[in-house]
Write a protein that binds this ligand. Structure first.
Ligand SMILES: [Ca+2]
Length: 219
């Protein structure tokens, strides 16, 4: 049975599962607020699968009680969960961890700034438990360390997914006659909506297996 009795769940739309009743062809699931017994809903499962995703968004930091009844093909009650079970939704205060960089790439990896400004498109995949990603920055630094260009990302730059697991894309422009040589990603900075932050330096980014090198040339 999930979630286990008296545990905290990291979601506001939990999926409940329970031990199947062999006679059952469907179940009803009842969900109440534990304190005060406000009825959130009573639902019927579409089939005999002993699993149900709560079809409403629950509230943060509230304890709920749920119970399941089993019915046969005649609609007769054939059993119930032995007890009512409790779970508590998470609170945003539970999120003390910063976002995680899952993927980082940019194209092209060689640009010619002799002919004019050049664009480099940076793509990130970032995840964050609970609160969700609010901001990210990728900074390129020139070989002499005298110049930099940054790509900053927020919700508007997310091309797919959601704030808990999303792909972000941004184009950063390198002006004509930028310093030539091997530019590198100096850092990646990730922030969630609760301002938990993660700062990754060049070595850490390489350690994650991502390319940090951008070749800037004038042909
Ligand atoms: Ca977080």
């Amino acid at each position: 049975m999930t979630p286990p009795h008296d545990t905290s769940v990291p979601t506001l739309i939990p999926t409940l599962t329970w031990t199947a009743n062999n006679e059952a062809i469907y179940y009803t699931v009842q969900l109440n607020v534990t304190s005060g017994w406000e009825l959130i809903g009573q639902w019927q499962t579409p089939d005999a699968t002993p699993s149900f995703t709560v079809p409403v968004v629950l509230s943060l930091g509230v304890e709920y009680t749920w119970q399941v009844d089993a019915f046969d093909s005649s609609g007769h009650w054939v059993g119930t969960t032995s007890n009512a079970f409790d779970f508590t939704t998470y609170t945003l205060q539970d999120d003390t961890t910063p976002p995680v960089l899952m993927d980082l790439s940019f194209i092209p990896t060689t640009i010619d700034v002799g002919a004019g400004d050049q664009n480099v498109t940076v793509t990130l995949r970032i995840t964050d438990d609970l609160a969700g990603v609010s901001f990210a920055e990728v900074r390129f630094r020139s070989p002499s360390d005298g110049q930099y260009r940054s790509a900053t990302f927020n919700e508007a730059d997310r091309t797919s997914g959601d704030m808990k697991d999303g792909i972000y894309e941004k184009t950063v422009t390198f002006p004509q006659y930028s310093e030539t040589g091997n530019w590198y990603i100096e850092y990646v900075y990730l922030v969630d909506t609760l301002t938990n932050t993660r700062f990754l330096n060049t070595a850490e980014i390489i350690g994650l297996g991502f390319n940090t090198l951008l070749t800037v040339e004038i042909k």
